[in-house]
Write a protein that binds this ligand. Sequence first.
Ligand SMILES: C[S@@+](CC[C@H](N)C(=O)[O-])C[C@H]1O[C@@H](n2cnc3c(N)ncnc32)[C@H](O)[C@@H]1O
Length: 309
Amino acid sequence: MLTLGIYKKEQYQRLGKERRFAGPRAAYNLLRLDENPTAEDIRAFEDIYFTMRTSNGTFRTTFRDRFRDVDAAAMRWIADLVADGRTDAPIRIQDRAVSSGLTSAEWAQSLYDRFPNVEFEASDLLTELRELAGNGESWMLEPNGTLLQYIRPPFVVSMHHPESWRNPLLRWVAARAKKRFSAIRVSDYEMRRISCIHPEAQALVRIRPGFRFEVRSIFDRTPGACDVLRTMNILNRSYFSAEQLADAIDAIFDSLRPGGIWIVGRTMEDNFRNHATFFRRGESGWEVLERIGDGSEIEELALQGQVPA
Ligand SMILES: C[S@@+](CC[C@H](N)C(=O)[O-])C[C@H]1O[C@@H](n2cnc3c(N)ncnc32)[C@H](O)[C@@H]1O
């Protein structure tokens, strides 16, 4: 049966296990959580996140315990960085393209037990959504104004990625909503912000002054700003061209101090195995320190790359 939309919390919960695959039918304003969310609310947040897709085509997929092996290896290399064994050293970490930041919070938590003064920046291009609500309808937007979704019960339709041709009714609703959007008076609507940061990561921000979120691109250069930089499940050949990947690699090289560590890799969707490479940044190039699984699919590109003098 064609589902027109899932716009109520109870409706979403009734879907049981299937809800993780509700995809664009689930209204993104269901990501809004109270200050003290229940375990069920948090599960729903994670499930909606699982299939959420933003305008640049990358998925937001992330999940609990994804990087147990990567985190354990990182712990060894970070201990190695602290040459004199000073566990109170202020190690600067950047975790980029983190989606909801759940895996960043897990990693940071494990590090704080041993290195209490870690400075941890988790970043993503998108850390919140906007909802323009009123007159019984809502538009979900990215902060730059890109329309993602239109909600008018019983309909929830995708605005950026086209609805399937198999659903002519939903395509018609989406086309009509787009037309309407250009004609509405924004002042008749309320603009609400919806955080895309996982509640556990938000809680960590509150209790750990060294843990913070930034809006940042993987292409940003922050010269010499960190000792460890991680980019998981973003620098994939399926997302970016070789030229774009080379640009990102240069930006990462620039952002690490000499001797710093870059962790890059991907989780395979069929068996959830991680394939990652740990690099050390030299004065003029990368050295492979360790591989998990088969290593990163862009390892060769990094080793071949022209690194700025
Ligand atoms: C598949 S998720 C990876 C999340 C997390 N690193 C993990 O592996 O569990 C990819 C994330 O990259 C973000 N992203 C896409 N393009 C980006 C860019 N140019 N700069 C920073 N983040 C980006 C998306 O918003 C999305 O949250």
